[in-house]
Design a protein around this ligand. Structure first.
Ligand SMILES: O=P(O)(O)OC[C@H]1O[C@@H](O)[C@@H](O)[C@@H](O)[C@@H]1O
Length: 274
């Protein structure tokens, strides 16, 4: 059994914020806004998954990620399926996920060049508690005024198709080549499978569970790491205390106690619940 409290890595982004979220120190007013906080595993090994908080004040780029095969064909370790649990959103906040109607790659390319791609996409209103799974290939954009907990394959390959004129690099040819041109179809979600267990994602790249307060004995198979993400509350796992806003990786057999009021996510690679 091993429980490791992860260090955080803050990433400044043009669409980030100066007022973050309980448990996260705000950047000083004269510093650049922080858009992402990543939880980093110690050492050099690149784990399968990456957990991030996202804090937005403007729309992110319209973007797409390659899948495993497309990434590996480009010499990259893996693709990037990702999913978002909305923790907070302003009343008019939206997320774009896929085109509203089927579109051919040439039309998508032209729309990315002249900015009309914004209107091609399906912008959905979002509120706290909403959940979206975006498989690799899904053209997407997270909107303004949103706090998100993102669980993703551990990849930083983002192909930007459109960036609202911000002076950042675009990756039009790569992006169009991996874009799914059909409307988004929601990913199957098993949901509540026991009184104290909800499965938000069960494959193909990872499993994501949501738990409340209580005591659990977990046994992760040999070689499998689990990421425990306390969204609210606090507790102890294998003698390591955790609080909302932190992240603990687990290996082997672990005993977990989460106090009343806790809201926990638990992610691990694979396509089947343990
Ligand atoms: O390219 P920008 O706009 O900075 O957005 C990059 C960010 O996009 C989000 O949708 C997620 O995929 C994040 O993991 C990623 O870091």
């Amino acid at each position: 059994m091993t429980a490791t409290l992860l260090a955080t890595h803050r990433v400044e982004k043009p669409w980030g914020r100066h007022n973050l979220w309980p448990g996260f120190a705000d950047p000083a007013p004269d510093q650049d806004p922080v858009g992402e906080v990543w939880f980093q595993t110690p050492g050099n090994a690149a784990p399968d998954l990456l957990i991030k908080y996202l804090f937005t004040s403007e729309k992110l780029s319209i973007q797409v990620h390659p899948d495993d095969a497309q990434a590996q064909a480009r010499g990259l370790p893996r693709g990037k399926d990702e999913c978002w649990l909305i923790l907070d959103a302003e009343p008019d906040s939206t997320i774009a996920i896929g085109p509203k109607a089927p579109v051919d790659p040439e039309t998508l390319r032209a729309a990315a060049l002249d900015g009309s791609i914004v209107d091609l996409l399906d912008w959905k209103p979002v509120k706290a508690g909403d959940f979206f799974y975006a498989p690799s290939g899904t053209v997407h954009a997270i909107g303004a005024g949103i706090t998100v907990l993102e669980t993703q394959q551990n990849s930083e390959t983002t192909y930007r198709l459109y960036d609202y004129g911000r002076p950042r690099e675009l990756h039009l040819e790569d992006g169009i080549a991996v874009s799914d041109t059909d409307p988004y179809v929601p990913h199957p979600m098993p949901g509540k499978v026991a009184e104290d267990r909800t499965i938000l994602v069960e494959g193909p790249k990872f499993v994501l569970e949501r738990w409340q307060a209580g005591t659990r004995n977990l046994t992760l198979p040999q070689g499998v790491t689990g990421w425990l993400v306390p969204l609210a509350g606090e507790g102890v796992v294998d003698g390591v205390a955790f609080h909302a806003g932190e992240c603990v990786t687990l290996e082997g057999a672990c005993e977990l106690h989460a106090d009343a009021g806790s809201d926990l996510l638990f992610a691990y690679p694979g396509d089947t619940r343990i």
